[in-house]
Design a protein around this ligand. Structure first.
Ligand code: ACO
Length: 455
């Protein structure tokens, strides 16, 4: 890198907000008449967060940005770029970013580049890359970048409904970051597919080809991993294997797919003949070495055997990332970064010097594998401080579990509210923590009005 250019650009700080209401997957399973264990063991999910009528992607963004700035004592004038990733469309023209500008305008800062990025669950990664690229570019003015990933994932009644979720994440971007990008090792795979899309603008629900979306995800993972490995090998002069990363963090629609994903990386390492795969695992995988193309994605036996031989490494390298996605569900753009936050929460004491590989997937499809190298970070951006500000355990504990009937009732109400005008919400903030933003009304001109619960 040229001297004078910023070094170790990456994530300096992170905060997460999720709605206080959640439904337990075990209860939902029984309510939906699904077979016992389908959502909990089959999909691997524990709980699902959802927005009630007083919250949405805009209010969650306002809440998380305000919280991050306050907790890290960042002057809003110090933000020079704000990028939002979201696939929850509230307005086809006005970006969510412009809503968040209210926070900066109050401090006289309107000199903030960036708008929203949208492509299914990938928008947050696009937003993150935009901010990192800006800090690394000649147009950087020395200020911080800020990334917001915000989504409310809701599905129509049916098999996809338990794979919803909701959250907003804010990430501060700058040089000398504890999570420094290894920008040279990115592997990207993008393609045209109809696996999950939202063509009906009158509904918040997507159209989903569930099985196709699973296969597309795994094919994209293989493509990105192979590109990532070859870029690593080109720059490092040695073969990359799963042993070279301490953690693997995946976009997490539901935990079972994450288990399958890591097993898939293990199978790739077997095919690439890396040292990460031990002798007895090689013998077990050998019968599958000739499966080509689609066959290898459809083989249930391969899936089972590779998950089994990868299990010990999964527990060490992936399990620490699964806490928030299992508890909150798929948060679309925020899902990958909630998994990343889970690693910080679980492992902040031992992360220095380690590597985290990330896999971002957005249906349609867009996908990238990239990685961070971890450093100590200077106060207030030290790993223990970031973990303490995330405050994951306390945030999870203070959630309010609601029965499935109430969850379904809320979704019904939201179906009517989506795209509607001229209504007031209940303004019931009893479950919200002080400082949380909430929706008060949508007026006759579709203008949305928010307030903040007294901090
Ligand atoms: N006990 C234990 N496991 C069970 C039980 C049970 N009683 N019943 C089913 N299972 C298992 C199944 O065997 C399967 O596991 P496997 O894949 O290891 O075999 C799992 O539970 C799910 O069961 P399926 O019958 O495959 O589920 P279904 O097809 O009804 O729905 C799906 C799953 C397709 C993921 C659906 O929830 C969906 O469409 N979700 C949205 C799309 C999605 O998230 N795609 C992922 C990438 S795209 C994105 O991020 C949006």
């Amino acid at each position: 890198m040229e001297s004078g250019r910023p070094k170790d650009v990456g994530i300096l700080a992170i905060d997460i907000y999720f709605p206080p209401s959640c439904v337990q997957q075990e209860a939902l399973e029984a309510h939906d008449g699904a077979s016992k264990g389908k959502y909990t063991i089959g999909l691997g999910q524990d709980c699902m967060a959802f927005c009630t009528e007083v919250e949405d992607v805009i209010s969650m963004s306002l809440t998380v940005v305000t919280s991050l700035l306050k907790k890290y004592q960042i002057d809003p004038k110090q933000i020079g770029r704000l990028e939002v990733g979201s696939e929850t469309v509230i307005d086809k023209s006005k970006s969510i970013k412009t809503w968040i500008m209210q926070i900066f305008e109050e401090y006289g800062n309107t000199d903030v580049e960036g708008v929203d990025s949208t492509n299914a669950c990938y928008g947050g990664t696009a937003a993150l890359f935009n901010c990192v690229n800006w800090v690394e570019s000649s147009s950087w003015d020395g200020r911080y970048g800020l990334v917001v990933c915000t989504d409310s994932a809701v599905y129509a009644e049916g098999p996809a409904r338990p794979t919803g979720g909701a959250a907003a994440i804010a990430m501060l971007i700058g040089p000398n970051a504890p999570f420094a990008f290894e920008s040279k090792y990115r592997g990207t795979h993008m393609s045209h597919v109809y696996d999950f899309y939202k063509p009906n603008l009158a509904s918040e629900y997507p159209v989903v080809d569930g099985k196709l979306s699973q296969t597309c995800y795994l094919m994209a993972l293989d493509a990105c991993y192979n590109l990532y490995c070859s870029k690593f090998e080109k720059f490092e002069g040695k073969q990359f294997s799963i042993s070279d990363s301490d953690y693997f963090v995946f976009h997490s629609p539901y935990n079972k797919l994450v288990q399958k994903s890591f097993a898939r990386l293990y199978f790739n390492d077997f095919l690439r003949n890396t040292s990460a795969v031990e002798k007895d695992a090689k013998e077990k995988l050998e019968p599958f070495s000739n499966l080509i193309g689609d066959e290898s994605y459809q083989s249930r036996d391969l899936e089972k055997v590779s998950q089994q031989v990868a299990k010990t490494l999964y527990d060490a390298k992936v399990q620490p990332s699964t806490l928030l996605p299992k508890q909150l569900g798929n948060m679309y753009t925020a899902s990958l970064y909630a998994a990343f936050a889970s690693v910080i929460h679980n492992k902040h004491k031992t992360l220095v010097g380690q590597r985290i590989v990330m896999f971002s997937y957005g249906s349609g499809l867009t996908s990238t594998m990239f990685s961070f190298k971890l450093q100590e970070g200077q106060h207030p951006f030290s790993l223990p401080n970031i973990a303490s500000i995330l405050n994951v355990s306390e945030k999870l504990e203070r959630r309010h579990v609601v029965p499935p009937e109430k969850f379904v009732e809320t979704l019904k109400l939201m179906e009517h509210r989506y795209g509607a005008k001229d209504f007031e919400t209940s303004r019931d903030t009893s479950l919200l923590t002080p400082g949380t933003f909430y929706l008060m009304k949508v007026d006759s001109m579709y203008r949305r009005h928010y307030a903040r619960k007294d901090a």
